[in-house]
Design a protein around this ligand. Structure first.
Ligand SMILES: [Zn+2]
Length: 226
């Protein structure tokens, strides 16, 4: 029977990690293939274990600077909705007031939430055999140790050159850390250009848009779905 893996992603950490991926490929910017990432990590663990690994769920933790801080949060909420709907992530998002007197650290909320969830799923008897932790933050290490005491295995994911803590990640898990920059080419989102028929006028046009309804460049804007 396949080992059951759950993936815990620190969204802020992953965002910071992008620069290591860009420099690995000598590019300035690209998008991460969020749908592919958890499966890729499971494959890596499966190779290390020489056993089948089945992805149970991906949990994503992130914060949004609250609207009270003067930020427009709609883009970020749209991104989290994309993770939920298109990538089947379970997102754990908190609006945090940044700036001003009540200013709070965004990473504290993420660390505590990740630690709580890891230990919670670790105590459930049949849900998770392996926790794949996408972060090398030392604040998570006590929780990682606790999960291991519970008999679960932990895979830590780190990246070279983005964090001084990546060295500390060497000894904390059950396996050698996965270096995300080694997978930069696989993690990079490659959008396929395909010909699609416009829902409004029926004209064919090349596009990288993979959503359900396609509108051509002429009709776009006038008939955009809300
Ligand atoms: Zn059209």
């Amino acid at each position: 029977m396949a080992e059951k893996a759950m993936v815990f992603i620190d969204g802020g950490w992953l965002y910071k990690c992008r620069t290591a991926l860009f420099s690995k490929l000598g590019e300035e910017n690209f998008e991460i293939d969020y749908a592919k990432l958890p499966r890729l990590l499971c494959e890596d663990v499966a190779n290390a274990l020489d056993e089948d690994v089945s992805l149970v769920r991906t949990l994503y933790f992130g914060t949004i600077p609250s609207a009270r801080s003067g930020f427009n949060t709609s883009k970020q909420y749209a991104f989290y909705e994309f993770l939920e709907r298109n990538c089947r992530y379970q997102t754990n998002i908190q609006e945090i007031n940044v700036g001003g007197e009540e200013s709070r650290s965004q990473s504290t909320w993420v660390d505590v939430s990740m630690a709580t969830n890891m230990v919670y799923y670790g105590t459930l008897p049949t849900v998770m055999d392996i926790a794949i932790v996408v972060s090398d933050n030392v604040d998570l290490f006590p929780a990682i140790r606790r999960v291991r005491y519970l008999g679960k295995r932990v895979q830590v994911v780190t990246a070279r050159g983005i964090s001084e803590e990546s060295l500390a990640a060497l000894g904390v898990g059950d396996f050698d850390p996965i270096y995300l920059d080694d997978h930069a080419a696989e993690v990079k989102l490659v959008r396929e250009r395909v010909k699609r028929v416009c829902k409004q006028c029926g004209r064919e046009e090349e596009t990288t848009w993979a959503g359900p309804d396609f509108f051509c460049s002429n009709c776009r804007g006038r008939h955009r779905t809300p």
